[in-house]
Design a protein around this ligand. Structure first.
Ligand SMILES: Cc1cc2nc3c(=O)[nH]c(=O)nc-3n(C[C@H](O)[C@H](O)[C@H](O)COP(=O)(O)O)c2cc1C
Length: 219
């Protein structure tokens, strides 16, 4: 699969088949993540593989509580639609993966991190994206779960206070890779036209790349 196929075919997956991900496949995905760019070559990440049903059960409880609270942000039809959405596969996927960022790795002076301290977090997100795309190329699904009380999850997993939990991922073979994002399919959200997010020379100044609002070709 070429990189564009992986990019356009990547989906956030919430419906998994129970079959395990073979170790050699998982190692390839982790290696792809570990080859992400990072500020000052800091490599601030760790990857915590969670297979235990007991541990995942505890994390699912945290999700269920947070999800009830999150649902209260919406009213009427949107609240009903929200409650109908499956927004995680914590127990269905054969494994979960916590991706962390050690903000103190390599000491206080990291090349390139002096001005923007959060570049360690950005680096960790690059690792997550590498993992996600490599997984797509392997036919493995990944779902990012952010509806969590991060401190509670850190306590469950024994993650030290100075280490940030950046991503909690569900990983396994998907029931399907949808053609479009689920949130688009159900009418929750749609893709913003590219021309609306590309500026040129100054903020809010439309780029000459997109002179008209002609229908964008889907990839
Ligand atoms: C940082 C981040 C957090 C996300 N958290 C959740 C989540 O808690 N639950 C969920 O169902 N999807 C979550 N998603 C997936 C997004 O909803 C999804 O990426 C978006 O709807 C576009 O769909 P696609 O990834 O299939 O293209 C998250 C994605 C990102 C990048």
């Amino acid at each position: 699969m070429n990189v564009y196929d992986a990019i356009y075919g990547r989906r956030d997956v919430r419906h998994f088949r129970p079959d395990p991900v073979p170790d050699d496949v998982l190692v390839r995905l982790l290696r792809a993540a570990h080859h992400a760019g990072s500020v000052g070559y800091m490599q601030p990440w760790n990857f915590l593989i969670i297979r235990s049903h007991g541990v995942r059960g505890q994390i699912h409880e945290v999700f269920a509580r947070e999800n009830r609270r999150a649902g209260e942000m919406f009213d009427g039809e949107r609240a009903t639609l929200y409650r109908s959405l499956k927004l995680q596969g914590i127990l269905d996927a054969p494994l979960n993966l916590a991706v962390t960022c050690d903000r103190e790795r390599k000491g206080p002076a990291v090349l390139g991190r002096h001005s923007v301290r959060d570049t360690d977090l950005y680096s960790t997100c690059c690792a997550v994206q590498n993992f996600w795309l490599a997984a797509r190329a392997e036919g493995v699904g990944v779902g990012w779960v952010s509806i969590l009380d991060i401190d509670e999850v850190k306590t469950i997993l024994g993650i030290p206070p100075a280490v940030l939990l950046v991503a909690y991922l569900c990983v396994g073979y998907p029931q399907e890779f949808r053609d479009r994002p689920m949130l688009e399919e159900v009418g929750w959200e749609s893709r913003t036209p590219l021309r609306d997010v590309v500026f040129e020379d100054a903020w809010n100044s439309r780029s000459s790349l997109f002179p008209s609002a002609a229908e964008e070709k889907s990839p």
